[in-house]
Design a binder for this molecule. Structure first.
Ligand code: UDX
Length: 439
């Protein structure tokens, strides 16, 4: 099938590459000619394990191409995916400007009947609105149908998730459209759930809101565990054996970030509010997460009193490992706070430094070398559980730092190992290994 994908961000690029891999002829369209030029050289514009190889293979097989010209990219399309961003507006609602612009581009450039598939996360009702926008701008006689096909891939494991996900959701109002989408997706060999458009749109928000709730729930339990002397990892393990709860997304830490959970939870609160539902539960989930991102500051301050002249190694800038994405990363909250308190900061990340420099205004030092970060540090803060950090020999802290004081926002190390390495260690929801215990 001839498929065009508008938008080459995380979702669009991975979708385009994956659809070409299962045999479709795919043209990816992006309005940024510089991006398109890079992609046409076979260089991915995002970091995603496994993406480059698949991109190159499918470009060589002539099933995958990139263009900045909508007329060229859309004229042969039978199906067009919209995978552009829906960033958060100041009031928390989703900004649909890019989706609407894509709709108008489709309307003006299609030359035959098409199915438009919305991959972008959009509020319930948007598919119908976009269908009206396209129909209002398209040439007479061309038929346009719409389908919702929300995306569930995670950054850092996007290729794996696309080929081995749990389900594919197809929302359509007519059987024919749903069947075409089912046929397109059949080679993925995943359960396909066909439903109406509004429910499909809601499934995406409800899924992300539920996962965010799981994380805030375990983080609250972690904070209570700390006061009661329990260990949240033991608690999560015990809870996870109940198949109704499940073991995933019960890892306590410094809070969730990324391009989806913060944005989608806010958008759902907003969407509910617009329909006279006060989504109190989700508001609390968001509040818990906001507080969680700065809990370590309280621990640091009660340990040191003041931070002027203290050198801190911040380990990890990305919102999670295996991505260079800093969107809503706890690092963006922690670094300004540490800087404001007078700490001298050196930040380590294996791949996110280029993006970090664009977003972090404070004057701090950066390094891709873990030892350089730890050298002469007075304390360390772990923000991202990179394998390089998790697998570090704990004696490195003792050897390189002025004082081996570690504040771990990701519970990277076992408490016994920490004790053996004589670290002064503060983590989330587990008993602290304080200086009194060490001496
Ligand atoms: C998420 C959803 O998982 C995905 O289905 C959706 O399409 C997009 O949003 P992503 O944002 O890429 O994916 O990352 P994910 O791996 O889900 O992690 C999100 C955040 O939650 C990260 O900051 C991570 O560190 C945090 N997290 C995750 C926890 O703090 N604890 C957990 O147990 C799991």
């Amino acid at each position: 099938m001839n498929i065009s994908v508008i938008g080459t961000g995380y979702v669009g690029l991975v979708t385009g590459v994956a659809l070409s891999e299962i045999g479709h002829t795919v043209t990816c369209i992006d309005m940024d000619p510089v991006k398109v030029e890079t992609l046409n050289k076979g260089i991915p514009t995002i970091y995603e394990p496994g993406l480059e190889e698949l991109m190159k293979q499918n470009m060589a097989s002539r099933r995958l191409s990139f263009t900045a010209e909508h007329s060229k990219g859309l004229s042969h399309a039978e199906v067009v995916y919209i995978a552009v961003g829906t960033p958060q507006r100041a009031d928390g609602s989703a900004n649909l400007d890019y989706v609407e612009a894509a709709a108008k581009d489709i309307a003006r450039n299609i030359t035959q009947n098409v199915i438009v598939v919305i991959k972008s996360t959009v509020p319930v009702g948007t598919n119908f609105h976009i269908l009206n926008v396209i129909r209002a701008h398209t040439h007479d006689g061309i038929q346009v149908h719409i389908a919702s096909n929300p995306e569930f891939l995670r950054e850092g494991s996007a290729i794996k998730d696309t080929f081995h996900g749990d389900r594919i959701i197809i929302g359509a109002e007519d059987t024919e459209t749903a069947n075409v989408l089912e046929e397109i997706n059949a080679p993925f060999k995943m359960p396909i759930i066909k439903t109406d458009i509004s429910s499909a749109e809601m499934i995406k928000y409800a899924s992300n809101a539920f996962l965010a709730t799981k994380i805030s729930f375990i983080n609250e339990i972690a904070n209570i565990c700390e006061s009661l002397g329990a260990n949240v990892e033991e608690v999560a393990k015990g809870m996870g054996f109940d198949h109704r709860i499940g073991p995933d997304f019960l890892k306590a830490g410094i809070g969730y970030g990324g391009s989806c959970f913060p944005k989608d939870t806010n958008a759902l609160v907003q969407l509910a509010g617009n329909n006279h539902h006060d989504f109190n539960l989700l508001k609390s989930v968001i509040e818990v997460n906001n507080n969680q991102q700065t809990l370590l500051i309280d621990k640091i301050m009660s340990r040191f009193g003041k931070l002027e002249g203290k050198r801190v190694a911040v380990l990890g800038l990305a919102f999670k490992p295996h991505t260079d994405d800093l969107r809503e990363s706890p690092a963006l909250v922690m670094i300004p706070k540490l800087a404001e308190l007078g700490a001298e900061i050196i930040a380590y990340d294996p791949i996110a430094i280029i993006n970090a420099k664009k977003q972090i205004k404070e004057k701090i030092a950066y390094t891709e070398d873990l030892s350089t970060a730890l050298q002469n540090a007075d304390f360390t803060v772990i923000i991202t559980d990179w394998p390089e950090v998790k697998n570090i020999d704990l004696l490195t802290f003792t050897k390189l730092m002025n004082d081996p004081v570690v504040f771990d926002g990701r519970n990277c190390f076992g408490l016994d190992a920490v004790k053996q390495a004589n670290l002064e260690y503060y983590s989330i929801g587990r008993p602290d290994q304080t200086s009194e215990l060490i001496s």
